[in-house]
Design a protein around this ligand. Structure first.
Ligand code: CDP
Length: 224
């Protein structure tokens, strides 16, 4: 595994605000930004497009993975852009609620996680990397220079996600959304392979009640 202490790992549960934070930290440090949730979402979206909904069938998954290519490549602005089979992934598509409803069921499959791991680790060769997800500090980059676990109370997370209207079903209530998020957290936290949990040496960043600027200041105090 490539590891020169050049990774900043940002993990945390659904809608904790870690994407916003990770992207801004990457900007400030002039680092590459890797969003591993988008990789799981893309594979889920692609499976659904092929009409595959039995995510428990390893043979089907394995055939699908063997004929699929998912990778991050640099664009002209030196940003990492996600490609699926030579097409740039439309992030809005993969963040739709229909995909969100299935992504944890796909992400818990060991076959899928193993396939992702090589693709995520290969980004380390680029240099300073801010990588976010659920298992970055625990599994993908266990030797990362900094490990943050970004979280907030379930209600605050549900409120934040509700404000991202394109990512939720029209008319959904805060309570329904909080339940969906709690269900996804539970699947992510209890799966057998690389469950969502803070790495032993991670720093917990509770963003409840904090603005983005306050969160960034907090993180700037940690990542110097
Ligand atoms: O943005 P949001 O918090 O809703 O989720 P995301 O970061 O886009 O991740 C979507 C899903 O992908 C998670 O709920 C996990 O099931 C899965 N995931 C994972 O298992 N491991 C990662 N490193 C990243 C995401």
């Amino acid at each position: 595994m490539t590891n020169d202490n050049l990774q900043i790992a940002i993990d945390g549960p659904a809608a904790s605000g870690k994407s916003t934070v990770a992207r801004m930290v990457a900007d400030r440090l002039n680092a590459f930004y890797l969003n591993t949730g988008e990789m799981y979402r893309t594979i889920t979206w692609a499976l659904m497009n092929k009409g595959i909904t039995d995510f428990e069938n390893d043979e089907t998954l394995s055939d699908f993975l063997a004929s699929s290519d998912l990778r991050y490549s640099l664009n002209d602005q030196d940003d990492l852009v996600l490609f699926l089979d030579d097409e740039v992934v439309d992030i809005n598509e993969v963040r739709q609620p229909e995909v969100t409803a299935n992504v944890s069921l796909v992400a818990k499959r060991p076959l899928i996680r193993q396939w992702m791991l090589e693709r995520q680790r290969s980004c380390a060769k680029l240099g300073l990397l801010v990588a976010e997800g659920r298992d970055i500090g625990t599994v993908v980059f266990p030797n990362a220079r900094w490990k943050l676990f970004v979280t907030a109370t379930p209600m605050e997370r549900a409120r934040r996600r509700l404000a991202q209207s394109s990512e939720v079903e029209a008319g959904i209530t805060l309570e329904e959304l909080a339940k969906q998020i709690a269900d996804r957290d539970r699947i992510d936290e209890t799966r057998e392979v690389s469950p969502l949990k803070p790495a032993e040496d991670s720093i917990i960043v509770d963003t409840t009640g904090l603005s983005i600027e306050e969160v960034l200041d907090k993180i700037a105090g940690i990542v110097k």
